[in-house]
Ligand binder design. Structure first.
Ligand code: SER
Length: 342
């Protein structure tokens, strides 16, 4: 039986999944896309995919069935419980974020062994992998490299950092003690900053104050941000996040000097973001009512990240700085979105 070669996307119905499926859908040269999500796929994305599998990455039987049915060329593993959600049930978050990733890495390993060539495994990690010890250090540190300040304070951050290590283990070390394990996995990881999309709103993240204030203003609704005005972390708009994933997926392996790469576009404080939103929507009612728990999470994330390795190794360069992000992408797209709700 000849198995169909596919791209598998987990967490396809999430924010990054939306952007990725749409972008891949525009490519003529792409393989068929099979998506796996715990929720039914948004009907707007249906035309771009060959098959929707509604199921759980913890269901190993389901993963085995998919692995038997298809030759999986590339996996974009996006499924995760985000940082705020994870704090409400950390052990469940651990199961989904860590065991789910192990299941997919094992699936990739088995596929690679069967065909004698490693599966490309794109993993979406996060700025949450960092843990700045206090605000003074955060302010002094400036743009942090991939190796600095890795003491995350959330379950989600611990999960992301550990899964980066698991990717490294399976890519580089899993094979060493067994001749039967010849192939491994081609693990590639992007550590994303806070993401802002004009078409979707995230659920359960802690960088969500930025997209939430924008989407509320576009709908004429008041919004109370759960952080202080001076709170600063790096951000990126969704088209740049998708660009980063696809550039890393397309990069020749020999150009990659590492497995985990920071990417970033612009760092702005919550107050500066609010000013940009007010400039676009003069009636916007944005206030600041910090929540201790969520504030401490964002305070533990660096105010900027150093993405020079990605720039050097695979030519990473965001298309959008803050001004372009608002003027050319966020504002026009969001105005359109709420004019004709999706
Ligand atoms: N945006 C994510 C969160 O806030 C971080 O990756 O949880």
């Amino acid at each position: 039986m000849i198995r169909r070669k596919i791209i598998l996307i987990t967490g396809a119905n999430g924010e990054v999944g939306h952007g990725l499926i749409q972008k891949l859908g525009e490519r003529d040269d792409r393989l068929p896309i099979v998506v796996l999500d715990i929720k039914q796929l948004d009907s707007a994305l249906r035309p771009f995919v060959s098959r929707v599998v509604v199921g759980d990455i913890l269901d190993t039987k389901l993963l085995e069935t998919l692995s038997t049915e298809y030759e999986i060329d590339t996996i974009f593993h996006l499924a995760a419980l985000l940082s705020t959600s994870s704090e409400f049930n950390p052990e469940n978050a651990h199961r989904v974020n860590v065991q789910g990733t192990v299941n997919l890495l094992k699936m990739a390993i088995d596929q690679g062994e069967a065909r004698g060539r490693p599966v490309k495994f794109l993993y979406a990690s996060s700025i949450a992998a960092y843990g700045m010890p206090n605000l003074a250090v955060k302010q002094q540190a400036g743009a942090v490299t991939e190796e600095q300040y890795l003491e995350p304070i959330t379950m989600y951050g611990c999960n992301k950092l550990y899964c980066e290590h698991l990717g490294r283990y399976y890519a580089r070390h899993y094979r060493q003690l067994s001749a039967q394990r010849a192939v491994g996995v081609d693990f590639r990881c992007v550590r994303f900053p806070g993401l802002i999309s004009a078409v979707t709103v995230p659920t359960g993240g802690t960088s969500d104050y930025a997209p939430e204030m924008l989407h509320a203003a576009a709908q004429g609704k008041p919004y109370a941000a759960f952080v202080r005005e001076d709170t600063t972390i790096p951000f990126m708009v969704m088209p740049d996040a998708i660009k980063a994933l696809l550039m890393l997926a397309d990069a020749p392996r020999e150009r990659l000097s590492r497995l985990v790469y920071n990417v970033t576009s612009f760092s702005r404080s919550a107050g500066e973001l609010a000013d940009m939103v007010r400039a676009a929507f003069p009636g916007a009612q944005i206030t600041f009512q910090p929540s201790d728990a969520r504030q401490s999470i964002v305070d533990s994330w660096p105010s900027a990240v150093d993405d020079s390795a990605a720039r050097r190794d695979w030519g990473w360069m965001p298309d959008f700085d803050a001004e372009r992000a608002f003027n050319d992408y966020l504002i026009p797209t969001i105005v359109e979105r709420y004019r004709s709700p999706a």
